[in-house]
Design a protein around this ligand. Sequence first.
Ligand SMILES: Cc1cc2nc3c(=O)[nH]c(=O)nc-3n(C[C@H](O)[C@H](O)[C@H](O)COP(=O)(O)O)c2cc1C
Length: 179
Amino acid sequence: MNILISFHSDYGHTEKMAFAISAGCQASFPDSRIKTLAVEQTELADFEHADIIFLGTPVHMGSMAWGMKKLLDSTSKLWMEDLLEGKVGGVFACSGGLGGAGGGVEQTLISLHSLLLEHGMTAVGFPKSLLGYADAGIQWGVAARTSNHEGMPEAISEQALTACRSYGAHVCYIADKLG
Ligand SMILES: Cc1cc2nc3c(=O)[nH]c(=O)nc-3n(C[C@H](O)[C@H](O)[C@H](O)COP(=O)(O)O)c2cc1C
């Protein structure tokens, strides 16, 4: 399977999530060819060649980071020709999350799903039976929190990275089942 994991990350948390998802994919399907790329390095050809596409972003002012949105807008060229139809997708995001409600993470994940569905892809959620769900799961994908109670960036937890690994493996499993 060809897998693209495209992410935006300013301070490295989303990047760690991307590489944990990659590790989960590799562990479950060792023959996978995985490209884990920052949005600036991601080209439309990477979308086209992938069987599975993961998109990840930090929450910025309640929604996805503009670098991710810029990349996704550029995929309209692929949409015109239905080039992503039938592919499988997954989404992940992290937020400071001060206040206990996720700081916009759910809205961010849903807007990434919306992109996948607009392209005619199959968007895969995160079942609650999987490892890591209780720490960084939500039905849409992986949602990690990174700030402390003062709202300052702290760290991404090992449990959240476990959630990423199990989600990566799960999305690959679904893609394999769909053939
Ligand atoms: C410009 C900017 C806007 C942000 N807006 C939000 C927000 O609306 N809600 C939130 O919970 N966290 C917000 N954050 C915090 C980031 O989502 C959080 O620190 C995230 O873990 C950063 O990921 P990264 O290390 O991959 O850049 C914001 C951070 C920045 C830099």
